[in-house]
Design a protein around this ligand. Structure first.
Ligand code: SF4
Length: 651
């Protein structure tokens, strides 16, 4: 067995209560790494076709990254995966915090749950013992309360790490996520509902096993080299300067390739909220349920939610495990009972610009409420914006909303609506399952305003600004997520510096050229998909990788940690295999990849009549067919080549 991984998983059958270890052959790690590769492998091979996502046959995994604990940086991400109740296909969510090393310290690369428990339980691992404990007293409690109680209860010995659900997961909201580190969320794919259906309230991991690394000196040297780039932090603009920069860039007919060092500097200073106003100005942030533009949320409105305003509330920086940057923060404020995680850009935009809401206090409050309930802030914001637009169009009236007047920008109505969603009360019961289900139940052409792709609410990056987002929202086995690729991501990953055959983007290019489909850009998108599957197998943070693979040496770390001697091209082939396996999972479960498209509004159909993205549309059908072709998949059906299926089972 190579160093870096533990070579074992823990399997927990919640129906029978049987807990057993299983050794995983080296060949699985060689072909799929750990993280989402290992998790995808288990799910693909062991969940029967057609399994009910909320039934006993679904398998829910918590998997660590292959590089976690090896001395590499930015590699503390863990992944949850299961068949998604939201999309009906492969579901995955990726989260920071401190759970990833805790999984390995229990002696496992992953913990997988099947079956359904008769009563609420949590898994507790301490030393060599793994046991299911009664969680009846925790059922009904929010995620923060639950974690604090469990930390207190198991405080003797090494501090355990906890992942748990709040009330949203218990109530089987299909947009429920999983919380760890007191409010960091594995939010996407509705996996909190899978835990709720299994009556699994939490996992509490208190192991103390060592995590090995093959060549410690090499790991140290690689990490020191990376850290030099991370520590480079010149004086930078004010938050208002960022907004101004976005405005200037909007007016220019050309743009420059993005160097991720610029984003790193912004992340270090403000975190992801550095994008709050910049992205509105430049056309990256969707506004007013994707029907508006920067003109609907001008400086006069957005100033109150600018990066400096949020930064002013930060009492301490927050770092995930092994992260030298620390884009997170701990905040307090008048609307909050205690301290809370700083809201992310995605949260602020989904509950802010998307609803024309510039009430900063409401954003802190909603972030805290949703984190406590364990509900995805992106999906909650997108679903609320859908309801607001339905109200504007007369599809929903005060009769259906129990008297709530859903007027754009009304933060009190928004807070009340989110409260109803969390409680599954009245209209909230319909909205708690996300925008696709809500549109189906409401009818009256409400689906025109439901901004999702394949059932997953779209993230806060506009495909009319960066067409790469539109392509990945459509073609990924987990559609609708912003964490996989875009043209800008390719520019930042700098893969051409390490992977032979990949081209360097133009340093300066006309904005119009972004919307022309050509082979080069499709190859970049395919490369992003493969690379992110490597990164998710390694447990790496995309924000670290954004500084470029020549500065963030993920391929070299993988070799030094394991003792393997593989080229970046070898690793990209692994990424290709993992992505194809997830696509094969979806096909096995009856999804038709050719039918998955984001809401047309999100890709410029019809084109916006004003604002930063005026007149832009995407030839998505051609982009998808070309992407599948370059992936080696059928250009009409999205089915991976015939040789690939054996690759997922023969190890
Ligand atoms: S950059 Fe941010 S999200 Fe990434 S590991 Fe560091 S603190 Fe976590």
């Amino acid at each position: 067995m190579a160093d870096a991984y533990m070579g074992k998983i823990l399997k927990v059958d919640l129906g029978s209560g049987v807990i057993e270890e299983e050794s995983i052959p080296d060949s699985v790690y060689e072909k799929f790494l750990s993280g989402s590769g290992l998790g995808g492998f288990i799910l693909y091979n062991r969940i029967p076709a057609g399994a009910d996502p909320l039934g006993p046959d679904n398998i829910m995994g918590f998997v660590s990254g292959l590089l976690t604990g090896t001395g590499s940086l930015f590699t503390g991400r863990w992944m949850a995966m299961a068949k998604s109740p939201l999309t009906g296909g492969y579901g995955e969510s990726n989260c920071g915090g401190n759970l990833s090393p805790a999984i390995k310290r229990c002696g496992y690369d992953g913990i997988f749950f099947s079956g359904i428990s008769e009563k609420p339980v949590y898994l507790y691992i301490s030393g060599a013992k793994a046991e299911l404990k009664d969680a009846s007293d925790l059922w009904g409690k929010d995620a923060i309360e639950t974690e604090n109680i469990l930390l207190e209860r198991h405080s003797s010995g090494r501090k355990p790490r906890v992942a748990c659900i709040g009330q949203a997961g218990e109530r089987l909201s299909l947009i429920a996520g999983i919380s760890n580190d007191l409010g960091r969320m594995a939010a996407r794919s509705g996996l909190g509902a899978v835990m709720g259906a299994k009556r699994l309230k939490a996992i509490v991991l208190g192991g103390s096993k060592k995590i090995a690394s093959h060549d410690k000196d090499a790991m140290k040297a690689l990490s020191a080299g990376c850290n030099k780039w991370v520590q480079f932090q010149p004086w930078f603009l004010s938050g208002n300067g960022l907004r101004f920069l976005g405005m200037i860039l909007r007016y220019l007919p050309f743009q420059t390739a993005m160097d991720g060092m610029l984003f790193k500097i912004m992340l270090t200073k403000w975190g992801t909220v550095s994008l709050n106003q910049y992205s509105i100005e430049i056309g990256d942030s969707p506004v007013k349920n994707w029907a508006g533009s920067n003109l609907d949320f001008p400086k006069a409105l957005s100033d109150s939610i600018g990066p400096d305003r949020i930064k002013a509330r930060e009492t301490a920086k927050y770092h995930c495990y092994s992260c030298p940057l620390g884009c997170g923060g701990i905040c307090s404020g008048p609307s909050l009972a205690g301290e809370t995680h700083k809201p992310e850009y995605e949260t602020v935009t989904a509950l802010g610009a998307l609803l024309l809401n510039n009430d900063l206090e409401s954003l802190f409050l909603l972030n805290d409420k949703l984190n406590r309930a364990g509900m995805d802030t992106i999906s909650a914001g997108v679903t609320a914006a859908f309801a607001f637009e339905c109200f504007e169009k007369g599809i929903l009236t005060e009769k259906e909303t129990d008297g709530l007047k859903l007027k754009w920008g009304d933060s009190r109505a928004l807070v009340s609506l989110i409260d109803k969603m969390i409680a599954r009360e009245g209209i909230g019961d319909i909205l708690a399952d996300g925008v696709k289900r809500a549109a189906e139940k409401i009818g009256k052409n409400a689906d025109c305003y439901a901004m999702h792709s394949g059932g997953q609410e779209l993230s806060m990056h506009d495909a009319r600004f960066d067409p790469g987002f539109g392509l990945h929202y459509t073609t990924e086995p987990t559609p609708g997520r912003h964490t996989i690729g875009s043209q800008m991501y390719y520019e930042m990953y700098r893969l051409w510096k390490r992977v032979p055959g990949l081209s360097r983007p133009w340093l300066v290019y006309s904005k119009k050229s972004k919307y022309r489909v050509n082979r080069k850009k499709i190859l970049w998108a395919v490369a992003c998909s493969r690379f992110i599957n490597v990164l998710n197998g390694a447990g790496g943070c995309a924000f670290g990788a954004f500084i470029g693979v020549d500065r963030f040496p993920v391929f070299e770390w993988l070799n030094a940690a394991t003792g393997w001697n593989r080229t970046p091209l070898d690793y990209m082939a692994v990424g290709k295999r993992i992505q194809a396996m997830k696509q094969a999972f979806n096909l096995k479960h009856g999804l038709d990849p050719a039918s998955i498209r984001p809401n047309p509004r999100a890709v410029g159909s019809p084109p916006a009549e004003k604002g930063a993205n005026k007149g832009r549309d995407l030839d998505l059908d051609k982009m998808v067919a070309d992407y599948w072709s370059e992936s080696g998949w059928n250009t009409k059906t999205g089915v991976p080549g015939a040789d690939t299926a054996a690759d997922f089972t023969n190890v």
